[in-house]
Design a protein around this ligand. Structure first.
Ligand code: KG4
Ligand code: ZN
Length: 350
């Protein structure tokens, strides 16, 4: 089954063609980062307008790079949530129009579930089935959660962030440090040569009672907003004196902040792996591009004798290959009539 996937949940306009949920024939992504950079974060109205402009050329690029005629497509898939409502609607409307024009089915795909499948993108559904049950860490600018994948399509949310997502905390910290947007790669670069133990930023762990926990186990939940505030206060107390002082101290500040995030992510992953007794840990989402996080997760997996599967770099950040792939392995929702975006679509929800 050859699927054209469309992804417009946030600020990446993406289209990709994937065969049988595992063979990526093309994977086109157009980033809007430069347009949002002056604002230090994604501006929904700008994102939606740019999707309108970029989507047709990006779809054209994906089809050209796949080297296929339109009639070779068996289906179209588009992200229906979670994400920014106005951005999601543009990808969905385009998918719907295209599917109707081609006389092919349209599948609506859950963005978080697609990130969850992304470590298996080159291996396929059977590799995903064999890895289950596994603990999945999804960590991006919009999401930070741990889920137990019992089988493809069957997930249990173990815990999530009670405030900021890890990528969001990195993005906000980068603004405070004058490093620009997006913050994750900027902080990773700034931390080169720095000492991650120089500053003891707080590694908060949610505890009961906490009204945001609900029925979630605090051992599997995250909180990053206090860490961001700690950085802001630290910078007020220890301002950079001049350019030379900044050049000298910035690497250790950035490395210490990044390490606090990595440590929190790994701590919760370890608790989840131990408590559930699974044999496999998987991870996806934009923050898993971070080399220090990849290295720390690999060490965690070795120490706990579990297998680690990380998404390949091309499939970590938002992309449409993971959307096409999810539909290709039968996990998209067929759209019969009207299809609405759901900005807060939960993992496992239809
Ligand atoms: O998955 P993604 O592209 O979009 C969402 O679904 O949110 O993730 C974007 C996030 C941003 O917060 C960005 O700062 C972060 O991923 N990110 C990184 C790195 N590259 C991107 N974080 C840490 N290290 C990186 N190298
Ligand atoms: Zn994402």
């Amino acid at each position: 089954m050859i699927v054209l996937g469309i992804e417009t949940s946030c600020d990446e306009t993406a289209a990709a063609v994937v065969r049988d949920g595992r063979e990526t024939l093309s994977n086109a992504v157009r980033s809007q980062a430069a347009s949002h950079a002056p604002y230090g974060g994604v501006v929904p109205d700008i994102a939606a307008r740019q999707h309108v402009d970029a989507l047709a050329p990006v779809i054209g690029q994906a089809m050209r790079e796949a080297g296929l005629a339109w009639d070779r497509l068996d289906a179209v898939a588009a992200t229906c949530g979670p994400g920014l409502s106005s951005s999601l609607l543009i990808g969905l409307a385009a998918g719907q129009a295209l599917a109707r024009r081609l006389g092919r089915p349209l599948y609506a795909v859950n963005h978080v579930e697609a990130h969850l499948y992304s470590p298996f993108l080159a291996a396929g559904r059977s590799a995903f089935e064999r890895a289950c049950p596994c603990v999945a860490l999804i960590v991006s600018g919009g999401h930070t959660l741990l889920a137990l994948a019992e089988a493809p399509g069957r997930y249990r949310l173990l815990g999530q962030t009670l405030d900021d997502a890890a990528g969001e905390a990195l993005d906000k910290a980068a603004i405070a440090l004058g490093l620009g947007y997006p913050g994750g790669p900027a902080i990773e670069q700034a931390s080169q040569g720095g000492d991650p133990r120089r500053i003891a930023f707080p590694r908060a762990r949610p505890r009961r009672p906490n009204p945001f926990l609900g029925t979630m186990d605090p051992d599997f939940c995250f909180s990053f907003s206090g860490l961001k505030t700690a950085l802001i206060y630290w910078l007020k107390a220890h301002p950079f004196a001049d350019g030379a002082d900044r050049r000298e101290r910035l690497p250790s500040v950035a490395a210490s902040f990044q390490e606090a995030i990595v440590a929190a992510l790994c701590d919760r992953c370890q608790r989840a792996v131990r408590k559930t007794g699974v044999a496999t840990l998987i991870a996806g989402g934009g923050v898993t591009l971070n080399a220090r996080l990849r290295e720390a997760l690999a060490a965690l997996a070795r120490n706990n004798n579990v297998e680690l599967r990380l998404a390949a770099p091309a499939f970590c950040g938002d992309n449409a290959a993971m959307i096409a792939a999810l539909a290709g392995i039968g996990l998209g929702q067929p759209v019969a009539g009207a299809c609405d975006a759901n900005p807060s679509l939960a993992l496992g929800a239809a």
